[in-house]
Design a protein around this ligand. Structure first.
Ligand SMILES: *[C@@H]1O[C@H](CO)[C@@H](O)[C@H](O)[C@H]1NC(C)=O
Ligand SMILES: *[C@@H]1O[C@H](CO)[C@@H](O)[C@H](O)[C@H]1NC(C)=O
Ligand SMILES: *[C@@H]1O[C@H](CO)[C@@H](O)[C@H](O)[C@H]1NC(C)=O
Ligand SMILES: *[C@@H]1O[C@H](CO)[C@@H](O)[C@H](O)[C@H]1NC(C)=O
Ligand SMILES: *[C@@H]1O[C@H](CO)[C@@H](O)[C@H](O)[C@H]1NC(C)=O
Ligand SMILES: *[C@@H]1O[C@H](CO)[C@@H](O)[C@H](O)[C@H]1NC(C)=O
Ligand SMILES: *[C@@H]1O[C@H](CO)[C@@H](O)[C@H](O)[C@H]1NC(C)=O
Length: 501
C-alpha cells in the first residue's frame, strides 16, 4: 500500500511538470526587457515555449514594424527569425497565442558579444583599478546592456539556461557585479560604433577549456580518452553555452587558460583552436545560419602569476593560445584577435596576483583587435611588433620587426639557447641572456657573447617567463607604446618571416 502511494505521487509530479511546460507562453530565459538583439545584416532569432500545435504571432513595434506568425509549436517550443533590423530602438516585442501574451519592452538592436572564460573574465568591475570612476561613468552608457548566465553545470546538453544570474539591465544597474573585461570592451566599442551593444557574460572561475568544449571538439584533440574525470568534460558547454546557440551573436571574447597551465598544457594548442572552430560551427547552425560561421573571436593572452618564477607553464600556454605561431590571426586561427597582457602584472592585487586589476588596458587592446578584425576598420594597429627577419652572425643577432618599435634596453628579456649541435632546444636546454646592444627604428641587435665560443646559437626567445617585466616595462613595444611585443620562441615553429638561425 505504501509503495503504491509513492508511485502515485511520482505520477502526479510528472503530470504537473508537463502541463506547466505545455501551457505557458513565454520567451526563453535569455530574452527579456531591456535586451539587445543582433542588428542587421544578420537576423535576430527568438524562441520560447507555448502550447503544442498552437499558432504564435510575434509582433515588433517601434522605429520599424514587423509581424510574424508561425504554426506548429513543436515539443512545446516556438521559434521565429525576424527580418533584419537596423541598429536602434526602443522596440516592444510581443508573442501572442490565443488569449495569452508574452511581451518584451525597451528592446534595442545592436551587436551581441558573448564573454566567456574563467576568473579573469569573471572579475567584477567593482574590483578593478579606478572602479569608482568606472561605475560613475557607467550611467553614461545606457545603450550598453548586460546579461549574466548563472553558474550551472550539466552532464547533458541543455536547451535553455538552467538559471539566470542577472537579467538584461540598463547601466549602471548590475555593472558593479558584471565582468570588467566584458563591460569595458562593450563600453569602448560603443564609443567607436555609436550603436547599442549587448553583452552576455557566461564564464566560471578556475575552469579548464575542456569543460567549455563539446565532445566533438575534444575528440579532435584526443582528449576524450585521456581525461582523468570524463564526467567533467563539457559540463559548462552543456549548461552555459549550448543553450545560447540559438541566439544570433556578432562575436565572442574569451579570457581563460590559467587552469590549463597545469592541466593538459601540451594539448592546449589543439584544444583552444578546436573549441573556437566548434563554437563557430555550433552558433552558426543553432541560429539557422544567422551567426557567421567564422564569427570574430577575441581573447586575452595570459597575464602573470608568480614574480621570479622559473616555470614555463604560462609562457607555454601563451604560445599555445596562438596555436604556436606567436601572433593572431594566423592560418590556423582566422578572424581571431588577441590582447597581449604579460606586461600588466599586479603584485599587490587583493584578489591574488593571478587576477591583475588593470582591466582597462586589457579591454582597450581587445577593442583595437575587434575594430580591425570584426569591424574591418583600416589603419587600426592591434598587433604588437613581431620578428620578420632574424639574422645570426658570429657574435650578434639582428632582429628586424614587422613595424617600427620603441625599445627599452634589457640584459635578459631576450634569451638564446647555445648548443654544439643544432638540436631542438627545449625547456631543459641551457638558455642564457642575450643583452640588447643596439636598436634602430625597426631593429634590435643582441649580443650572443654569453654562449661558449665553441657553441652555436640554436634558438632565441623573448619574454619567455611567467612575469617577464614590471608594469608596462617590457623591452619592445609598438612605436606608439600602446601594444607590447608578444612573446616568441624560434624553435617551436617558424617565425612570421624568414629566419636564419
Ligand atoms: C512599448 O510598451 C510600453 C508599455 O509597455 C508603451 O508605453 C510604449 O509606448 C510601447 N512602445 C512602442 C514603440 O510600442
Ligand atoms: C544553478 O546555479 C545556481 C547558482 O548560480 C544555483 O542556485 C541553482 O541551484 C542551480 N540550478 C540548477 C538547476 O542546477
Ligand atoms: C602542441 O604542443 C606540443 C607540446 O609543446 C607539441 O608536442 C605539439 O606538436 C603541438 N601540436 C600542434 C598541433 O601544434
Ligand atoms: C537550437 O539549435 C540547435 C542546433 O541547431 C537545435 O538542435 C535546437 O533545436 C535549437 N533549439 C531551439 C529552441 O530552437
Ligand atoms: C586610473 O586613473 C588614473 C588617474 O586618472 C590614471 O592615471 C590611471 O592610468 C588609471 N588606471 C587605469 C588602470 O586605467
Ligand atoms: C645589425 O644591426 C646593426 C644595428 O642595428 C647594424 O648596424 C648592422 O648593419 C646589422 N647587421 C646586419 C648583418 O644586418
Ligand atoms: C619608421 O621609422 C622611420 C625612421 O624614424 C620612419 O622614417 C618611418 O616613416 C617609420 N615608419 C612608419 C610606418 O611609421
Amino acid at each position: 500500500m505504501l509503495a503504491f502511494k509513492k508511485k502515485e505521487n511520482i505520477v502526479r509530479v510528472c503530470v504537473c511538470v508537463c502541463v506547466y511546460i505545455e501551457g505557458a507562453l513565454r520567451f526563453a530565459s535569455y530574452y527579456g526587457d531591456h535586451m539587445v538583439l543582433q542588428k542587421s545584416p544578420e537576423s535576430a532569432v527568438l524562441w520560447g515555449y507555448g502550447p503544442e500545435g498552437a499558432q504564435v504571432t510575434v509582433t515588433l513595434s517601434g522605429p520599424s514594424q514587423q509581424k510574424k506568425s508561425l504554426v506548429n509549436v513543436a515539443k512545446g517550443i516556438w521559434r521565429v527569425t525576424l527580418d533584419p533590423v537596423e541598429a536602434g530602438g526602443p522596440y516592444n516585442l510581443t508573442a501572442v497565442v490565443q488569449s495569452s501574451t508574452a511581451a518584451l519592452t525597451d528592446v534595442l538592436f545592436g551587436d551581441i558579444w558573448l564573454c566567456g572564460g574563467q576568473s579573469n573574465m569573471w572579475l567584477q568591475t567593482s574590483k578593478i583599478f579606478n572602479a569608482s570612476e568606472e561605475l560613475d561613468l557607467a550611467a553614461k552608457y545606457p545603450h550598453v546592456r548586460t546579461f549574466m548566465a548563472a553558474l550551472n553545470l550539466s552532464e547533458i546538453e541543455q536547451t535553455d539556461l538552467l538559471q539566470v544570474e542577472h537579467t538584461w539591465a540598463v547601466p549602471p544597474e548590475n555593472v558593479a557585479d558584471f565582468s570588467a573585461v566584458c563591460w569595458l570592451f562593450g563600453r569602448y566599442l560603443y564609443k567607436t560604433l555609436q550603436y547599442p551593444i549587448g553583452l552576455v557574460e557566461s564564464c566560471w572561475g578556475g575552469t579548464p577549456v575542456e569543460v567549455w568544449s563539446s565532445s566533438r571538439a575534444l575528440k579532435r584533440c584526443e582528449l576524450l580518452q585521456t581525461y582523468n574525470n570524463p564526467k567533467e568534460n563539457s559540463i559548462l558547454w552543456n549548461s552555459m553555452i549550448h543553450p545560447l546557440l540559438n541566439m544570433t551573436i556578432k562575436g565572442a571574447i574569451w579570457y581563460q587558460g590559467e587552469a590549463n597551465a597545469d592541466y593538459h598544457q601540451d594539448q592546449y594548442n589543439c584544444s583552444f583552436p578546436a573549441m573556437i572552430d566548434d563554437w563557430r560551427m555550433a552558433f552558426h547552425q543553432g541560429s539557422g545560419g544567422q551567426t557567421a560561421h567564422d564569427f570574430p573571436f577575441g581573447f586575452v593572452q595570459l597575464s602573470t602569476y608568480e614574480k621570479g618564477s622559473k616555470s614555463d607553464a604560462f609562457p607555454n600556454i601563451r604560445w599555445h593560445q596562438t596555436a604556436d605561431k606567436g601572433f593572431v590571426p594566423n592560418p590556423r586561427m582566422q578572424k581571431t584577435f588577441m590582447a597581449v597582457a604579460l606586461d600588466l602584472p599586479d603584485a599587490t592585487s587583493p584578489f591574488g596576483t593571478i587576477h591583475p586589476r588593470d582591466k582597462q588596458d586589457v579591454a582597450y587592446r581587445l577593442t583595437l583587435g575587434a575594430r580591425a578584425v570584426a569591424y574591418n576598420e583600416k589603419d587600426v594597429s592591434f598587433q604588437g611588433p613581431f620578428p620578420k627577419l632574424i639574422l645570426s652572425a658570429h657574435d650578434f643577432i639582428n632582429i628586424t620587426y614587422d613595424q617600427n618599435v620603441s625599445v627599452t634596453p634589457s640584459k635578459d628579456i631576450f634569451e638564446i639557447c647555445c648548443s654544439e649541435i643544432q638540436t631542438p632546444c627545449g625547456p631543459k636546454s641551457s638558455w642564457v641572456p642575450a643583452p640588447i646592444m643596439h636598436w634602430g627604428p625597426a631593429t634590435v641587435q643582441l649580443s650572443t657573447s654569453l654562449c661558449q665560443s665553441t657553441d652555436k646559437v640554436a634558438a632565441l626567445r623573448y619574454a619567455w617567463g611567467d612575469w617577464p617585466c614590471d608594469f608596462k616595462a617590457c623591452s619592445v613595444y609598438s612605436a606608439s607604446r600602446i601594444l607590447p611585443a608578444p612573446p616568441f620562441i624560434t624553435n617551436h615553429s617558424p617565425a612570421k618571416g624568414n629566419q636564419e638561425l
